[in-house]
Design a protein around this ligand. Sequence first.
Ligand code: ADP
Ligand code: MG
Length: 244
Amino acid sequence: MSEPILRVEGLHKSFGEREVLRGIDLEVAAGEVVVVIGPSGCGKSTLLRCLNHLETPTRGRIWLRGALLETREPEVDRQRAHIGMVFQRFNLFPHMTALGNVIEAPMRVKGLSRTQAEERGLRLLERVGLLDRKDEYPARLSGGQQQRVAIARALAMEPEVMLFDEPTSALDPELADEVLQVMQDLAREGMTMVVVTHEMEFARAVAHRVLVLEAGVILEQGPPSVIFTRPTQPRTREFLRKVL
Ligand code: ADP
Ligand code: MG
């Protein structure tokens, strides 16, 4: 098998006395879609935040395509540019248009000219179905549209992997669907993705692997067809009964 895009070994994360991640080992292959599920507070966001350097692990190591994630600032910024992240709250810059949001980082971090960045930005807005809204400010866009701009903005950095932290949980169902559709297209095009979500239909349709996190450890993992129909752990069954 080719080198994994992400490799996590013995990841621990504590906040004060509280150990939130208690030894996570994980590999994500190129083009793989991993959906992470688990009860509230089990450490899903903390795991993604460690993958994206937003939290520093207490112990353990993370590699991005064979390169150890560093904790020193210049390397952190450089490596973070290869990891796209989409949050539950859309976090768009409110004073910038949709296109402005998408071109900002490529110009500032990657040094693209405005023309180059706009060319890329327009292509990405088209890809998420929002070319006609390019000049709108976030406040004039629906939640689903804002989230699609956020996805385009992350893609503008040409990331090697995309992390999604409950990207649709703040959205009404029909708006969630348009975001899930964009994510599904992205998966089909071969993007490597780690997705925290409660959208079990999406997981069933798109995930190559479902990972069940509980109390900071991986309880079990496997293809959705197995995890959703015959999980081995009673705690997984209990969790699925609540969300399915
Ligand atoms: P999940 O995303 O699965 O709901 P989180 O990763 O957000 O869980 O949180 C796991 C646990 O870590 C929770 O108990 C939460 O309160 C705690 N936690 C998360 N971030 C911090 C922080 N910055 N400081 C202290 N505790 C935190
Ligand atoms: Mg969370």
